[in-house]
Design a protein around this ligand. Structure first.
Ligand SMILES: [Zn+2]
Length: 254
């Protein structure tokens, strides 16, 4: 399963003078903690940390192809004088909410009170959320806690790793993900010698189904380094052939 993690603002943005903390850095820090927790169980992409996805979306210059993902999870911290945690979903979203309910249950178990309807808030005024709904991609946004609340922020500082684990556990448990689901390097083809067969020339690509780096002739010896998946989830071999290292279509390798 492909998951896109989004940190809500760029580092340094939305500084709270009272606590001296900016929301952008908190968002990025948490996404960085989520990444290694989810990566063994899913193919996890991250929207570039130095970009603001909302701004890019508004300007029509998204840096990631959203359609490649099954689930988008956007991280924010709240402000405005409240306390507590919530996971936000589109008012028009009619799918199940077991993942989001588990996330907010797990986070609130660390001591953050639930906001909204048992921790779930429905809204329809967020651009990224609207875009995901239109594309048919499941999307959730967490407001972890209030970073302008000294009490919430102190609790979060104390339980930062636990918070990341609480979120990851909700996603892993309720999507039914397993460790190894995203592991392509354990493929038994790894390290095997092979030969190009059944074609005159075979394209070697920079990424699975990506740009062509060069071609090798039929009969060329190559070494399979591992595998990778393209956006269609098809598996490609990562190989070295002569001076080229890249991805080839497995059908022409024996
Ligand atoms: Zn925010």
């Amino acid at each position: 399963m492909k998951i896109l993690l989004v940190s809500g603002h760029r580092p340094g943005h939305n500084l709270c003078k009272a606590t001296g903390v900016d929301e952008g850095s908190l968002n990025v820090e948490l996404v960085r903690s989520l990444l290694p927790l989810l990566s063994p169980c899913a193919q996890v992409g991250v929207y570039p940390y130095e970009r603001d996805m909302y701004q890019d979306n508004k300007n029509g210059c998204l840096k990631v192809s959203l359609k490649d993902y099954r689930y988008i999870f956007e991280v924010h911290f709240n402000a405005g004088g409240g306390r507590g945690t919530s996971v936000q979903l589109h008012s028009g979203y009619r799918g199940g909410i077991s993942v989001e309910q588990a996330i907010v249950d797990n986070v609130s178990a660390l001591g953050f009170k639930k906001r909204g309807d048992n921790g779930i808030v429905r809204r329809s005024d967020l651009l990224n959320m609207n875009t995901a709904l239109r594309l048919g991609i499941d999307y959730a946004l967490i407001e972890v806690c209030f970073y302008d609340s000294a009490a919430d922020l102190a609790l979060y500082r104390q339980k930062r790793q636990e918070t990341a684990h609480a979120i990851a556990k909700g996603i892993i448990d309720k999507f039914g993900l397993k460790a190894g689901d995203a592991d392509s390097s354990s493929d038994q083809t790894e390290g095997r010698s092979a030969v190009v067969t059944g074609c005159s020339f075979l394209n070697v690509r920079r990424t699975p189904n990506g740009a062509v780096l060069g071609t090798v002739k039929g009969g060329t010896a190559l070494k399979i380094l591992g595998t990778g998946k393209d956006p269609e989830e098809d598996i490609w071999y990562r190989v070295t052939a002569g001076s080229l290292t890249g991805y080839v279509w497995p059908k022409y390798v024996r």
